[in-house]
Design a protein around this ligand. Structure first.
Ligand code: AMP
Ligand code: ZN
Length: 204
C-alpha cells in the first residue's frame, strides 16, 4: 500500500532517474523542481508523487501533482508509466474531495511551459488575480487542456501521447468563451467580471 503524508511532517528531495541533480533546475522552466521542496508550497507527498500549490494559482484552488521520477513532460510518458499516471490522477481526485463545494478539472496542458510532468488540479471558479491573459483562460477551457483520463486512455491504446504542438497552440488564440454559459466576453476584464456572476453568493 502507498504511504501518503501531509508534507508539513515529511521532507525529502525529488529523485532523478539518472541519480544526479534534476535537469534545468536553475532555468526558469525548472522552477517546479525547486517548488517541490518548498515547504510553503508542498501539500503532501507519498513514495511516488509530490503535490504542491501552484505558485500563481489560476483559481481558488490550484494544485500540481508531480512524479518524483524525472519525467520531463507528457511527450516522454510511455506505457510503463500508466500506473504512475493513474496514481497521480487518484491523488488529484482525492484532493478535490477536500473541497466538496467546488467543481474541479484534472488534466495536463498539451504544451507545458514548465519542466517535470505536472497534473493540474484546479477548481473551475477561475477566480484568481493570477488569471490574467487569454492564453491562461484558453489553456484550461479548450482542448489545450487534456483530461487525465483521456491521457490514460490514449496511453493504453497507443503506448504514447501524440501531441501536435502547432495545432494545440492555436487553441490559446481562440476567442474568449465562458465555460459555464453562452457568454462571449470581448476581453479579459469582461470575462473576469462575468465569472463573478457564476460564483455562489457567499464567495462574491
Ligand atoms: P504549464 O503551462 O502546464 O507548464 O503550467 C505551469 C504551472 O506552474 C502554471 O500554472 C504556473 O502558475 C505554475 N508555476 C510557475 N512557476 C512556478 C513555481 N516556481 N512554483 C510553482 N508553480 C509554478
Ligand atoms: Zn458564463
Amino acid at each position: 500500500m502507498r504511504r501518503l503524508s501531509l508534507l508539513t511532517m515529511k521532507k525529502s528531495a525529488p529523485t532523478n532517474s539518472s541519480g544526479g541533480p534534476p535537469a534545468k533546475k536553475n532555468h526558469w522552466s525548472g522552477g517546479l523542481l525547486a517548488s517541490m521542496q518548498d515547504p510553503e508550497l508542498k501539500v503532501l507527498e507519498d513514495d511516488d508523487v509530490i503535490v504542491i500549490k501552484d505558485k500563481y494559482p489560476k483559481a481558488k484552488f490550484h494544485y500540481l501533482v508531480m512524479p518524483k521520477k524525472d519525467i520531463p513532460a507528457l511527450k516522454h510518458v510511455t506505457k510503463e508509466n500508466i500506473d504512475l499516471l493513474e496514481h497521480m490522477e487518484k491523488v488529484g481526485e482525492n484532493l478535490t474531495k477536500e473541497h466538496k463545494d467546488h467543481d474541479f478539472i484534472v488534466g495536463y496542458h498539451a504544451v507545458p511551459s514548465m519542466q517535470r510532468l505536472h497534473l493540474h488540479v484546479i477548481s473551475t471558479d477561475f477566480n484568481s488575480p493570477c488569471l490574467k491573459t487569454k492564453q491562461h483562460w484558453n489553456s484550461f477551457t479548450t482542448p489545450f487542456f487534456i483530461p487525465s483520463r483521456n491521457v490514460r486512455i490514449q496511453l493504453e491504446k497507443d503506448g504514447r501521447i501524440k501531441l501536435n504542438t502547432e495545432a494545440n497552440n492555436k487553441y490559446l488564440l481562440e476567442n474568449l468563451k465562458c465555460h459555464k454559459c453562452s457568454k462571449l466576453p470581448k476581453n479579459m476584464p469582461e470575462l473576469k467580471r462575468h465569472l463573478l456572476e457564476h460564483l455562489p453568493s457567499e464567495e462574491k
